[in-house]
Design a protein. Structure first.
Lengths: 315, 424
């Protein structure tokens, strides 16, 4: 039981890292990234290839982060003059290009046969039966670091500037913000995070093939961000846990209800997940948690000088 | 004292009560599972991982049915190991390796399955192999990719299917025997199709058949017009085209060839050109006329296969390419466990070859086989999907292959090819 939960939590953790990246790119800066699955594949394959070449898992993770970051920066640069919908199409296209390259460049990626036997970090140093727990611990550590860093960023002048770009880039530019630079930076930073997620996916699965990076993954990440509340990192973590709880929890339906057979329940399960999302969007379209905003305290309470000062400094 | 007194008047108290009620409700809802594994102590839990949704969803239901009826047959006859019953746990792999991995973990950890069988897609088998082998659990797959049985499997991995490389050479030989002079290959980029191409080319080369062109296309394309045009519209057009892929892409390909009135003959795989009758339904008998298809098949004329078709309640000419192997997987588990007197994978897998491979008395009925094992007779199980013989790495040997032709909207058996002629 515990080991199963650890597996599910590890998958949640990887989706959460992707969610943090999307929350940065789309939630904070309004740059829609429909190519998450593609960037994720890029990170996973980079990490796997570097790792299999014997460079070690740390170098592999750094390489994956760097390659994804650069790829994202390039995509953001290419889409300089494109507004929202066009960026969405461009990223979708980029994701598809990565998928096709991975599928067809057999000399590099083994095509549809995939890459087996990817070495894991600290494998051999930790007793095999405890490894899953350690791995989850590592993922937890990565999420914690990313979460704290992103929360810091969200509350920094940079965070406010990119939110201004999201709300209205013309206004932001008028106020002297370099919109292009901000967008490229945010997209590249998101790419770095996606690369890290990709590397951990490779290490976790130890076998990767193109079918693991299908478009449904992008949908799951968007679902997690929307359910949690756009631009709220803690909401996102809740969203991805909730999403995975529904996806995996529905597996148990058929162990309880005997009226449907396994074939029917498999279909019903996916229908239920869809239905849940629709209901969520109808009744709570803003998601579970609201975005962090600076507040000026009401006059009857002791005003907190610090936050007011920050406010005045940046505007 | 005053502190606790204050607590009573706080609204928090009400929430605590509500939380308590919710937790109790949660436990009540969870109770069925919590008690479950204990109550099922006598049962032997078997995990069946199949595709019910996603691109491979069409292949799961028949395999599920076969697993159910075979289990019922064994259980009704008194089970194994002195009355213990098989209990099946089905999980959907959603045609995805990641979902397959989560499902496998559930089967292992929650349902305490002693073996996981079914496992249709090769990428899924590859993704869950490290987990199952790591957990010392027997794994029976239906996927063809060679890599599944390669490496250190601790003797736990068994393939109820021919290896992909053998499909390739077998199909090429069937095409050579039809005296085609030139051939082109049109194949999907897919883990089990790609390994077929090189062995096929070797056979063609040896027989002096010229391969004009090889085109590999991506799965899920909206159209295959460009690929079809290049292969079938070539000048000169090949005598025949070897089509390797899945049902949906083949339907589009055949529609294109009909539209352009292509002259080249087609040989495809049975999962494309038969697929439980779905191909004929999709393109109609006229467009399908004359298409030949090849597949590692059950020994169609054998008594064991006929018995299985009857058990499935199907028409006597029905071809179950995968369900018959699921039947064999359950039978093998029952026999090996009975022989080893154990449900431990590392123990009973050592007996699989003892009950399946020759020498021994040929038996094709699992209940009869179990009786003979108890009586101490050496048996050689003859399965519904194949003769069910395994080599040292867990791959099936002595398989048969069949070539069919679609004539007047019907599948007509042309040749049955035996493995020794296929393997190079």
């Amino acid at each position: 039981m515990v080991s199963y939960l650890v597996t599910i939590l590890s998958l949640v953790a990887i989706i959460s890292i992707l969610g943090l990246a999307l929350n940065l790119q789309w939630g904070l800066c309004g740059m829609v990234n429909f190519g998450i699955a593609g960037f994720f594949a890029l990170g996973a394959y980079t990490a796997a290839l570097v790792d299999l070449a014997g460079a070690g898992t740390l170098v592999a993770t750094v390489a994956a982060a760097a390659v994804c970051g650069i790829a994202c920066a390039l995509v953001a640069l290419v889409s300089l003059r494109l507004s929202d919908e066009y960026l969405a199409i461009l990223t979708l296209g980029f994701g598809e290009v990565v998928r096709l390259v991975v599928l067809n460049e057999e000399w590099l990626t083994h095509g549809s046969l995939g890459l087996p036997g990817i070495p894991r970090p600290f494998w051999g140093l930790i007793p095999e039966e405890q490894y899953e727990y350690w791995f989850l611990g590592m993922l937890g550590g990565v999420i914690l670091l990313l979460f704290l860093a992103l929360e810091k960023l969200l509350r920094s002048p940079f965070g406010r500037a990119i939110r201004a770009v999201r709300e209205d880039d013309v206004v932001a530019a008028t106020l002297g913000k370099d919109v292009v630079k901000l967008r490229v930076k945010v997209f590249a930073l998101g790419g770095v995070i996606i690369g890290i997620a990709g590397a951990f996916h490779s290490f976790y699965m130890t076998y990767i093939d193109p079918s693991q990076f299908s478009a449904i993954l992008t949908a799951y990440v968007f679902m997690a961000v929307i359910a949690g509340g756009r631009a709220s990192n803690s909401g996102l973590l809740l969203g991805s846990v909730g999403l995975m709880a529904v996806i995996e929890g529905t597996r148990f339906l058929k162990d309880i209800f005997n009226i449907f057979d396994a074939t029917q329940l498999s279909a019903i399960r996916l229908i239920l997940i869809g239905l849940g999302l629709i209901l969520l969007l109808i009744f709570r379209p803003q998601g579970c948690f609201a975005e962090y905003r600076l507040k000026i305290k009401k006059p009857e309470k002791e005003p907190r000088k610090a936050s007011v000062q920050t406010e005045t400094r940046t505007t | 004292m005053t502190k606790s007194g204050n607590l009573i008047h706080r609204p928090v108290k009400r929430r605590t009560v509500l939380r308590g009620i919710a937790a109790a409700g949660g436990f009540a809802a969870a109770a069925p599972y919590i008690g479950y594994s204990h109550a099922a102590g006598e049962d032997i839990n078997i995990g069946v991982l199949l595709p019910f949704t996603g691109s491979q969803g069409a292949y799961g239901p028949d395999m599920r049915k076969a697993a159910d009826i075979t289990t019922k047959k064994i259980n009704d006859a008194g089970g194994i190991l002195g009355g213990r019953k098989f209990k099946l746990f089905f999980e959907d792999d959603e045609s995805s390796p990641t979902a397959g991995l989560a499902a496998t973990k559930k089967l292992l950890e929650i349902n305490k399955c002693v073996s996981v069988i079914g496992i249709w897609g090769s990428p899924i088998a590859m993704a869950i192999k490290p987990v199952l082998v790591g957990a010392n659990t027997c794994m029976m797959v239906s996927g063809a990719a060679n890599a599944i049985t390669e490496g250190d499997t601790k003797g736990l991995v068994f393939r109820y299917q021919a290896k992909a490389t053998n499909w390739g050479s077998g199909m090429a030989q069937a095409m050579v025997s039809r005296k085609y002079k030139t051939i082109s290959i049109l194949a999907q980029q897919n883990a089990f199709v790609i390994p077929m191409i090189d062995p096929a080319k070797k056979v063609f080369e040896k027989a002096g058949v010229k391969v004009l062109d090889t085109v590999i296309y991506n799965p899920d394309q909206p159209s295959y017009r460009a690929e079809v045009q290049r292969i079938f519209g070539a000048n000169p057009a090949p005598d025949a085209v070897m089509c390797l892929g899945l049902l949906t892409d083949f339907v589009s390909i055949v529609r294109e060839t009909t539209r352009m009135d292509a002259k080249s003959k087609i040989m495809a795989l049975s999962i494309m050109a038969d697929a439980e009758g779905q191909f004929l339904k999709a393109v109609g008998p006229e467009a399908a006329e004359g298409i030949e298809h090849f597949q590692p098949s059950p020994p169609l004329s054998s008594p064991s296969y006929k018995k299985f078709v009857k058990l499935m309640g199907a028409d006597e000419n029905a071809i179950f390419l995968f369900a018959s192997n699921t039947h064999d997987q359950i039978c093998t588990l029952a026999m090996a466990m009975e022989k080893a007197k154990s449900t431990e994978s590392l123990v009973f897998t050592k007996e699989i070859r003892a009950v399946c491979n020759p020498p021994g008395e040929l038996v094709n009925d699992v209940v009869e086989a179990l009786g003979k094992i108890r009586a101490g007779t050496k048996i050689n199980f003859d399965g519904a999907g194949s003769s069910c013989d395994f080599d040292a790495q867990g791959d099936q040997i002595n398989r048969s292959y069949a070539v069919f032709k679609i004539v007047g909207g019907k599948q007509v058996l042309q040749d049955v090819i035996k493995e020794p002629e296929v393997a190079l």
